[in-house]
Design a protein around this ligand. Structure first.
Ligand code: ADP
Ligand code: GLC
Length: 485
């Protein structure tokens, strides 16, 4: 039974369509909120993958002209989620990535594609679907950023609005000349509204006009109030005061369960850790690494972009060699980084293995087989791979930024002595500090008892959605109560 209704508006959701952690969050949070008595329906663009997987779909309403052509809104179930799918073939029926064309460039009409999503979100918020009246609208990232704007400028009584920032680096900025075409009134183009340095800012609009703003970790919530990490929005974020908070992500502990994971060679849990090396051997074979159980195997599962700092790891390959360690990387992204990794694997056979592309199964196999997972991010709003690593017994080696700082307990001497360490942290994110930390990992690796204790601490850490969902539930309920008063 649920007693509060939320409409989530988002551009991707696991397992339907995923390019990163946003999809994981959008896919898992509804189930966790249901256990808190909150029902979530999720509005997604009707990409081919979404339309294909939608079951029991009912046509709930249609629009004669949504950004240039007709559109229909279906409600159904897909991937275990209660879905509103926005079927607008002129906007979403395209092969490939939700945001990029085949050559990796942003679609030219992204402003219209995601403004359309937001317009339909606003329509649903105002009751366009019979029998559906959300108490709160939860808008994720810039793609849903105009939902609060449409609701605000409409003037009718509206549900509460919460905007969640998953990454301030993606802001959705478009020329001011699009204002009318996006269906925004002239007065919206102001410093209190959607205007941002002379342009229209989708994320800026959400930050300015939502009742509450959240981001995905407490540390990132503090960081983005500073000029160093605020990406031009720190002033506004400081102004929002207590309306801005950080709620840590969890992971779906059914999808990420080493005891029952069908994608790995050998299931195991914290009480049967002696089975885990079977997965290491399988990973070494898969990545063409020497079949050496004693070699410290570092893993990476990452988008390949400047944010993730994988270049710093590439700069440390000689050190990894000297330590007698190995490296297995799964990643996709920037062509230069892909090329550098390809070269590294070719130059260091048996030591460095690389899989380029997006592959859910390999991601699980790295988490289950690597001894340590390296995440040298320059910034990281939350990060999910370190949570998977904790749960799977791969020691997280992370930069002390954002959510990485909130989720890993550095195994310094004190932490080891008091039995609370779960990984290694370093700061600042530089090649030298990463090098020192890889060496620290190697020293710990030579003390198996200490290492095993750290791994066990990690595996016993609660990385589920239970606690985060309770925080979102409180936020949503407080807001709904405030709006009803
Ligand atoms: P971000 O969203 O910034 O990419 P997160 O750590 O929050 O970073 O989430 C990344 C998600 O995408 C995780 O679920 C991770 O396992 C997955 N992932 C990243 N790269 C790949 C890849 N190349 N293949 C498969 N899964 C990947
Ligand atoms: C973004 C961030 C990542 C976060 C994810 C889910 O992609 O880069 O740190 O974990 O969103 O919130």
């Amino acid at each position: 039974m649920t007693d509060l209704s939320v409409l989530a508006v988002v551009s991707e959701a696991f397992p339907l369509v995923k390019t990163g952690g946003l999809a994981d969050v959008a896919g898992a949070l509804p189930g966790a909120l249901r256990r808190e008595g909150i029902g979530v329906a999720t509005l997604l663009p009707g990409y081919p993958a979404v339309m294909r997987q939608l079951e029991g779909a009912e046509d709930v309403f249609s629009l004669r002209n949504l950004m240039g052509a007709p559109a229909r809104i279906f409600r159904g179930v897909a991937g275990g989620l209660d879905i509103f799918a926005l079927d607008a073939p002129h906007l979403y029926d395209r092969p490939g990535n939700p945001y990029l064309d085949a050559s990796g460039r942003d679609y030219e009409d992204n402003a219209f594609r995601f403004a359309a999503l937001a317009q339909v979100g606003a329509a649903l918020a105002f009751g366009a679907a019979p029998g559906f009246a959300p108490d709160v609208v939860h808008a994720h990232d810039w793609q849903a950023g105009l939902v609060p704007a449409y609701l605000h400028y409409d003037g009718r009584r509206r549900p509460g609005t919460v905007a969640t920032v998953h990454n301030l680096a993606f802001q959705g900025q478009y020329p001011a000349s699009l204002l009318a075409g996006l269906g925004l009134p002239p007065q919206a183009f102001s410093i209190e509204g959607v205007e941002y340095y002379g342009m229209i800012g989708f994320l800026k609009a959400a930050l300015a006009l939502s009742d509450r703003v959240t981001t995905v970790s407490p540390t990132y919530a503090a960081e983005i109030r500073t000029p160093e990490h605020g990406m031009g929005l720190d002033g506004l974020l400081r102004d929002r005061g207590a309306a801005l908070s950080g709620v840590l992500n969890g992971i779906d502990t059914d999808v990420w369960d080493s005891a029952s994971d069908p994608l790995i060679a050998q299931p195991y849990d914290v009480d049967s850790l002696s089975l885990r090396p079977v997965n290491k051997a399988a990973l070494q074979e898969k990545f063409g690494l020497a079949p050496d159980p004693g070699a410290l195997l570092f893993g990476v599962v990452s988008r390949l972009s400047w944010q993730k700092g994988v270049d710093l790891l590439i700069d440390n390959l000689d050190l990894i060699d000297r330590l007698g360690a190995q490296l297995a990387v799964l990643g996709a992204g920037e062509p230069q980084l892909e090329a550098a990794l390809r070269e590294a694997a070719a130059a260091r056979p048996g030591r460095v293995g690389v899989a380029l592309g997006y592959d859910e199964a390999i991601a699980h196999r790295i988490q289950a087989g690597a001894d340590a997972l390296v995440i040298p991010s320059r910034f990281e709003p939350c990060g999910l791979t370190q949570l998977c690593a904790l749960r799977y017994g791969a020691l997280p080696v992370v930069a002390r930024v954002g959510g990485l700082s909130d989720t890993i307990v550095d195994a310094n001497e004190m932490a080891i002595a008091s039995g609370v360490g779960t990984g290694l942290q370093f700061s600042p994110t530089t090649r030298e500090m990463l090098a020192a930390t890889l060496e620290r990992a190697a020293r710990l690796w030579s003390e198996p008892d200490v290492w095993d204790t750290l791994v066990q601490n990690g595996m016993l850490t609660d990385v589920s959605w239970r606690r985060p969902a309770a925080r979102y539930a409180k936020l949503f309920r407080d807001l709904a109560r405030e709006r009803a008063a």
